[in-house]
Design a protein around this ligand. Sequence first.
Ligand SMILES: Nc1ncnc2c1ncn2[C@@H]1O[C@H](COP(=O)(O)OP(=O)(O)OP(=O)(O)O)[C@@H](O)[C@H]1O
Length: 587
Amino acid sequence: MIDPATSLRPGLLADVHLAGALSWADVHVAQKLGHLFGESDQRVQLGLALAVRALRAGSTCLELSHAHELSVVTEDEADALVPVELLPPLELWRELLAASPLVTLGPDGLGQRPLRLVGDLLYLERYWQEESVVAEQLRTRRASAPAPVSAELLDAADRELLSERVDADQRLAALAPALASVTVVAGGPGTGKTHTLARLLAVLLRVLPGPVSIALAAPTGKAAMRMQEALAGETADLPADLGAELGRLQATTIHRLLGWVPGGRHRFAHHAGNPLPHDIVVIDETSMVNVTLMARLLEALRPQARLVLVGDPDQLAPVEAGAVLADIVAAPVPDQGPAVPVVRLRRNHRSRAAIATVAEAVRVGDPDQVVELIESGLDGITLAGSAAQTGLRQTVTESGLAMIDAARAGRVADALAAVDQHRLLCAHRSGPFGVALWSRQVEDWLLAAGAGFDPFDTWYPGRPVLVTQNNPELGVFNGDTGVVVAADDGLRVCFGRGGQLHHDVSPFLLDSVQTIHAMTVHKAQGSQFEQVSVILPTPDSPLLTRQLLYTAITRAKSGVTLIGSVESLRHAVVNSAQRASGLAGRL
Ligand SMILES: Nc1ncnc2c1ncn2[C@@H]1O[C@H](COP(=O)(O)OP(=O)(O)OP(=O)(O)O)[C@@H](O)[C@H]1O
């Protein structure tokens, strides 16, 4: 017998599935829940299927009026858009959804149904609840000022700690958390977020009655490790007592901070009933935190705790649903009460000025300015129609050969320096603009230049690798890059920090690695290189977005070569990756 809940019956869902815009799993969930809740109208089931699909696109809800624009873009490819002619007329669709037993209508009440319709936004109930927690927590926290601090102490800390090597935005950011329960410090790479964080914490240590307990956390193990090291590196010009205290802090993942409990009623040991003990909680790389994890974090803070969210809202958003940091930054000023203080650090203290200027024009979405700046012949950033018109072959051959020579001779520091000298970045993994093809191309160029390695040999000196899985016991994390180097006792994979060897591992213990003659922009997020070359796909690629271009350009310290057409460049600047969420409007 055919199960009516799970077979793909002819009709609207089947048509949208066949158009390539719904996966079988989306359809299956919609049919199954439709059956359970007594909703047989496929137009309503389509809303449910598209809300499930929206989650995969990183949106916490489906915007009904934009349903035809919703595309699921992964690191690799994008699936088809819903053909407009298959969507029900908007007003009718809303009416059908509002009257459906699958749907709770409006923002109030505890939903017992799988969907909730609030204005134009259709949520899966669970994500409505998560977003509600985040919105309520942030509203409550921003309205409740923390215990007052002494104005004299704050003034003294300002003079002692913020009078040198601190720009005006950084000073504002460093003082804000003394007066607010939640503060956002937003800025692109090199704008001094960590530099400011060290001073911000130093100010708090001076003005709060001690002892003060501080938690540092980040969404991934790699980001936590970076945060701890970068913060320790920023303490040198602080007074010795503060430098020592900050240097002792350990960063951890948000999951570990909250105390992951497999299978328990609460997924985490810390929650509203058993809050975190800390006075100050700092989250780095907040742009990578999804709405569910943010909800758990906010619930687990003591009411008196100060929360500092640090990150770059313009980078690529988390893989899972929600772009909480971008939503907080985009939130309108509330009618009543204070807003969450958002301090944006604008001056890039690390990259060459030209790169920082173009990145800023990309960030604000001005294609004319981006093209004009690049065509004016700025030092450090160029656009070329094809790889042949650039020095790409020469650059990758020179840096690849330098890396192989150093690796064969066991010169670890030189090999590590060569790894971070230049990186070829692609939007796609496969296809003509993808990592697979370009990585092969680089290997061919290296072999033609006499590099003399066997491309079928997995481990050879000078092979640059990317770790794709966390392995804390070995001290390696998803996203770490290293290079294979010949040592007295065989090959070692060496990982550096700041150009120095940090640790090395036997290649035979690492089973999840990729060769990175080329890598995706997604994977490069969080890393910086001296020079980058970026393969821009054609304008019809859904991966070509402002966030991707911004992330790619800001990986470079001293040189960026964009390879693609002016049309691709313009398209990227204009095409902002939108995620549907009601959070900004609810803050
Ligand atoms: N006001 C300043 N004066 C002088 N140097 C500064 C200033 N602000 C930051 N720097 C330096 O600029 C560099 C980049 O700063 P920092 O690492 O804090 O940036 P970031 O925003 O955390 O970067 P990323 O996001 O890439 O980690 C550091 O070497 C830092 O010491």
